[in-house]
Design a protein around this ligand. Structure first.
Ligand code: C2E
Ligand code: MG
Ligand code: MG
Ligand code: MG
Length: 288
C-alpha cells in the first residue's frame, strides 16, 4: 500500500511540477509582452496621518491583467520580472505612470499627496536610474518632494558603497527614500545611519499581532524610537484593525496604510476616495 501511495504521490508530484512549470512559462512569456499590450495597471493605496487623520500619501502598486489567467498577483509576477530583468522597463513605466497620476489628481483640485513607488534591486544595476528618475520628474512636472521611492533591505546589502552613492544622488533631487518591510531582511542597523533614508515602513508581520503579542509591540516601539531618533518618519503597513491603529497611534507611529483604511484601488477610485475622505475625515471612526 505504501508503495502504491508512493508511486501515485510521485506521479501526482510530477504532474503538479509540470503544471507549475507550464504556468511559469506562460507567465514569463506573457510578461515580455505585458507592457506593450497595455496589460499592466497601477493601483494606489492611501496612507493616513495618525495625528491629523488626513490622507497624506499613496503607495503605487503594480497589477497585471493577464488575458487568460485574469489578475496575477505581484507576489507571482514581480519575482519573474526581477529574474528576467523585465522589472527595469516595467519599473520605469510604473514610476512615470504614478507621477503623471499624482499630477493629474492635483490638477483636479485634490490637495497634494506623497506618491510612493517601489523600486526593485535590479533597477539599481541600471546605469541610467538617476537620470530616469530626474527625467520622469521633469516630464511630469511633479514636485520631487512629493515623490518617495520604497526600497528593501536587499538593495542596501547588494553593494553598499555604490548604493549609498546612488541614494545620495536621488536624495539630492529632493526625492524621499523609504525602507520597506523593515525588520524582515538581514541588513545591519548601521544601514539606517549610513543611507540617506527618510521613512521606515514597519512590516505587516509585526503589525499583525500587535494587539496581543508583547514581542511585536517591543519591535514596533523599538522601530519608532530608532527611526524618530534618526529624524525619519514611521509608516506602519498592513493595518487591518482598530486595535492595531490605536496601539500605533498611542506609540508614536506617524502614518498607517492597510485594509482598515482601504485596499489598493484603481486611479479613478482612489481619487474619489480621497475627495470623500477630505469632506468626511472627522467622521472617520477611529478607536481612541
Ligand atoms: P509592498 O511594497 O510591501 O506593498 C504592500 C503590500 O501589502 C501590497 O501587496 C498591498 O496590497 C498589501 N497590503 C496593504 N495593506 C494590507 C493589509 O491590511 N493586509 C494585507 N494582508 N495586505 C495588505 P501587493 O500589491 O500584492 O504587492 C506585493 C509586493 O509586490 C509589494 O510589497 C512589492 O514588494 C511588490 N510590488 C508591487 N508593485 C510593485 C512595483 O511597481 N515595483 C516593484 N519593484 N515591486 C512591486
Ligand atoms: Mg512597498
Ligand atoms: Mg511593504
Ligand atoms: Mg511587504
Amino acid at each position: 500500500r505504501a508503495k502504491d501511495k508512493g508511486r501515485g504521490g510521485h506521479e501526482f508530484y510530477a504532474a503538479q511540477m509540470n503544471a507549475q512549470g507550464t504556468e511559469r512559462l506562460m507567465l514569463e512569456s506573457g510578461l515580455r509582452r505585458a507592457l506593450e499590450r497595455n496589460e499592466l495597471e497601477m493601483h494606489y493605496q492611501p496612507k493616513m496621518d495618525l495625528r491629523t487623520q488626513r490622507i497624506v500619501g499613496v503607495e503605487a502598486l503594480m497589477r497585471w491583467r493577464h488575458p487568460v489567467l485574469g489578475m496575477v498577483s505581484p507576489a507571482q509576477f514581480i519575482p519573474i520580472a526581477e529574474e528576467t530583468g523585465l522589472i527595469v522597463p516595467m519599473g520605469l513605466w510604473a514610476l512615470r505612470t504614478a507621477c503623471a497620476e499624482a499630477r493629474d489628481w492635483q490638477s483636479r483640485g485634490l490637495p497634494p499627496v506623497q506618491m510612493s513607488v517601489n523600486l526593485s534591486v535590479r533597477q539599481f544595476a541600471s546605469d541610467s536610474l538617476v537620470e530616469d528618475i530626474a527625467g520622469v520628474l521633469n516630464e511630469t512636472g511633479l514636485n520631487p518632494e512629493l515623490l518617495e521611492l520604497e526600497i528593501t533591505e536587499s538593495v542596501m546589502m547588494k553593494s553598499p558603497e555604490t548604493t549609498a552613492q546612488l541614494l545620495q544622488q536621488i536624495r539630492r533631487l529632493g526625492v524621499g527614500l523609504a525602507i520597506d518591510d523593515f525588520g524582515t531582511g538581514y541588513s545591519s542597523l548601521s544601514y539606517l545611519k549610513r543611507f540617506p533614508l527618510t521613512t521606515v515602513k514597519i512590516d505587516r508581520s509585526f503589525v499583525n499581532d500587535l494587539s496581543q503579542d508583547p514581542d511585536s509591540q517591543a519591535l514596533a516601539d523599538g522601530i519608532v524610537t530608532l527611526a524618530h531618533g534618526l529624524r525619519m518618519k514611521v509608516v506602519a503597513e498592513g493595518v487591518e484593525t482598530a486595535e492595531q491603529l490605536a496601539y500605533l497611534r498611542a506609540h508614536g507611529c506617524d502614518e498607517i496604510q492597510g485594509y482598515w483604511l482601504c485596499k489598493p484601488m484603481p486611479a479613478e477610485d482612489v481619487c474619489a476616495f480621497m475627495a470623500r475622505h477630505l469632506r468626511t475625515q472627522f467622521a472617520v471612526p477611529v478607536a481612541a
